[in-house]
Ligand binder design. Structure first.
Ligand code: PDD
Length: 286
């Protein structure tokens, strides 16, 4: 079955879906995106992703192409047409295609923003990395300084993943002014003496939707949470570490720059939080 994707009002087989070569997403990375996970054919935390999308759009003065209710309907129709049970929906809004390449924004009345969505089937719960844990390396954070806006400028995160791969690791944690910001496509955490430590919100990191849910569940389970920055040295002497994102949920980190944590096995806190997150997300999925 050919995948059906959504492009500006139409549901089309992926081979027939087209965007203009003048699209500003293509020419200027002038676009924002969201990734929403799907379990049992239902969307996890749709409202959180829709709210963050609205914020990304407003920070960049970009018009929303449809209402958030319409967006939910498009997500659901895409799931139906692709019979997706488990995986993700990727959504991208760009500032549309102007007549010529021009750095200045086009008039939004004349050039509507463009909307693309597609689904990806993926086994999220039965991820082998949840049992084995992942290895990370540290790299310099060379991204722009508004990482709270979820833009499609993902070249540096891609380079980071490649650096990790070349070093025999699974991912990279980025470091700025001596402190960890986040993973290339996830938020970063350490656990010390039962306390969960993760960087505070600000322009330096993406405000993860999974992060918000996991911290809420942790507090509800009476776990101590500290929102502050930490160094790689502190992380290497932590009891455990983990990452969160829509596509990985909670994944244990068992090695940082070659130093094994918790004997190289996933920690108790990360494992418990993953279970809680999956259970609660399934219950609340729409
Ligand atoms: N990445 N930090 C960065 C830099 C990210 O790219 C992501 C998400 C996160 C976690 O956010 P959330 O919990 O809302 O998924 C943190 C998505 C999954 C991606 O680019 O595929």
């Amino acid at each position: 079955m050919s995948r059906i994707v959504y492009v500006n009002g139409e549901y089309l087989p992926e081979g027939e879906a087209k965007v203009s070569v003048f699209d500003r997403g293509f020419l200027f990375a002038d676009g924002v995106y969201e990734v929403t996970s799907v379990l049992d054919g239902r969307l996890i935390d749709f409202e959180g992703h829709a709210r963050r999308l609205e914020r990304s759009l407003s920070e960049l003065d970009m018009a929303a192409p449809v209402t958030m209710d319409e967006l939910l309907e498009i997500h659901r129709e895409l799931l139906r047409r692709n019979e997706l049970v488990e995986g993700m929906v990727y959504l991208q809004v760009t500032r549309g295609a102007a007549a010529d390449r021009d750095f200045a924004f086009p008039d939004p009345e004349a050039v509507p923003s463009s909307l693309v969505l597609f689904s990806q089937a993926k086994s999220l719960v039965a991820n082998p990395a949840a049992k084995a844990g992942i290895k990370v390396i540290s790299i310099d954070d060379q991204r722009w300084t508004r990482r709270d806006i979820k833009t499609v400028q993902l070249l540096y995160p891609s380079l980071g993943k490649m650096m990790a791969k070349a070093a025999g690791a699974d991912d990279a944690w980025m470091v700025e002014d001596g402190q960890v910001t986040e993973g290339t496509s996830n938020n970063a955490y350490i656990v010390k003496d039962g306390r969960i430590i993760t960087r505070q919100l600000g322009h330096e990191i993406l405000h993860g939707i999974t992060r918000a849910a996991v911290l809420r569940f942790a507090r509800e389970a009476q776990m101590q949470v500290e929102e502050r920055a930490f160094t790689i040295d502190e992380a290497q002497s932590a009891d455990e570490a983990f990452i969160t994102s829509a596509s990985t949920f909670v994944l244990p980190v068992v090695n940082i720059d070659g130093v094994a944590l918790g004997g190289g096995r996933p920690g108790r806190v990360a494992t418990r939080l993953r279970e809680i997150y999956i259970d609660e997300s399934r219950k609340a999925a729409i």
